[in-house]
Write a protein that binds this ligand. Structure first.
Ligand SMILES: [Zn+2]
Ligand SMILES: [Zn+2]
Length: 356
């Protein structure tokens, strides 16, 4: 009976394609999908609380599941993005994140993988809601130069869009970004950089030498808290300011897996890759070191992001996590693009899902 029904269904589908043709079917499915998706917002269904969405879970190396570093934080009605790696803004768009409502972009440091999607972030925020004020970009010293460079690069684009779509879509006053620099906090200092509607965002120094300044950020909202490490070697300063947080979002580089790349570079006589895969070991934390920091800080959950190298081979995630269970007693998640954590206001709950 089931075989008969499947046969009948296949015949019907075949007949439909024969009569209408694949192009007509493609057009009507696109129309139906657009009706369902356009105008929907990811944040509409979220309860009041602190939420964290990975728009980019990777580092600088290509990984199909992990774009360049990009983290979206939703706190009540406030939307803040931390770093803007390539692919991040497009991912947010695909995840139906309301890009036009972004209040602030924060930067941890100015390595290319953290800023190479910044132009697109500002552009999509601008035209998604016809914003009349530019995107504020917060960062330690150096942010003004980054912002100025992007603004110059995008000046012609902004003029084309305004000329083509008009002020109701692309008002000139809202194009580009505006820098909001702060003096990088010293070790031991927690600097409030943003306060609005119950949300407090603070910056603290991390250890990414020779990259200076480099900061991480702490978010507090209605009894819930999270810390985003940015790029750092194991940092006691981070541990201090991550004390008791609900969620620690920490970068990690697996020395064992990068070591395999290094061996291959030596074997294949690729001295540049050999040098890079040696140099990067000293300014990132290993997964076990990040877990030790989570344990020392008493963080309730550890989320890995900025994962290096890409975890492509079968078993590579197990290799990445080797030894983590001995170092940290809390819950652990290896992030991918779309990982979403929700910390409902004034509760203990830690909810985790994935935005498709
Ligand atoms: Zn990085
Ligand atoms: Zn970096």
């Amino acid at each position: 009976m089931i075989k008969y029904l499947i046969g009948l269904l296949c015949a019907l589908v075949g007949l439909t394609i024969y009569i209408w043709g694949p192009a007509s079917i493609g057009i009507s499915i696109t129309g139906m999908a657009a009706k369902q998706r356009l105008g929907q917002s990811l944040t509409q269904g979220l309860e009041d609380g602190l939420h964290l969405l990975l728009c980019g879970a990777g580092g600088p190396m290509p990984d199909p599941e992990r774009s360049g570093p990009c983290v979206a934080v939703i706190a009540g009605t406030s939307l803040v993005i931390v770093d803007a790696g390539s692919g991040g803004a497009r991912n947010l768009n695909a995840m139906q994140f309301p890009l036009g409502e972004i209040d602030a972009q924060l930067l941890t440091h100015y390595h290319s993988d953290h800023i190479d999607g910044l132009g697109e972030m500002a552009l999509l925020r601008w035209v998604s809601s016809a914003n009349t004020a530019p995107l504020p970009v917060y960062g330690p010293s150096g942010v003004a130069e980054v912002v100025q460079g992007f603004n110059r690069s995008y000046r012609a684009d902004a003029e084309y869009r305004n000329a083509h779509h008009g002020d109701n879509v692309a008002p000139v006053s809202g194009r580009g970004m505006v820098a909001r620099p702060f003096i990088a906090p010293q070790v031991g200092e927690l600097l409030t950089v943003l306060e609005q509607d119950g949300l407090t965002v603070s910056a603290f120094a991390v250890d990414h030498k020779p990259v200076q300044p480099a900061v991480g950020y702490r978010f507090d909202y209605r009894g819930r808290s999270l810390v985003i490490s940015g790029d750092t070697a194991k940092s006691t300063n981070l541990e201090q300011f991550a004390k008791g947080v609900d969620l620690l979002v920490h970068e990690a580089l697996s020395r064992e897996l990068v070591g395999q790349l290094n061996k291959a570079a030596i074997h294949n006589q690729l001295p540049i890759i050999e040098k890079i895969t040696t140099d990067i070991l000293d300014y990132h934390a290993s997964p076990v070191e990040a877990a030790e920091s989570a344990q020392t800080a008493g963080a309730k959950h550890l989320l890995y992001y900025h994962i290096v190298p890409p975890l492509l081979a079968p078993g590579s995630q197990a290799a990445f996590l080797q030894g983590v269970d001995k170092a940290y007693q809390g819950g652990v998640t290896v992030g991918i693009d779309g990982t979403l954590f929700s910390l409902p206001a004034n509760s203990q709950a830690i909810e985790q899902t994935r935005v498709p």
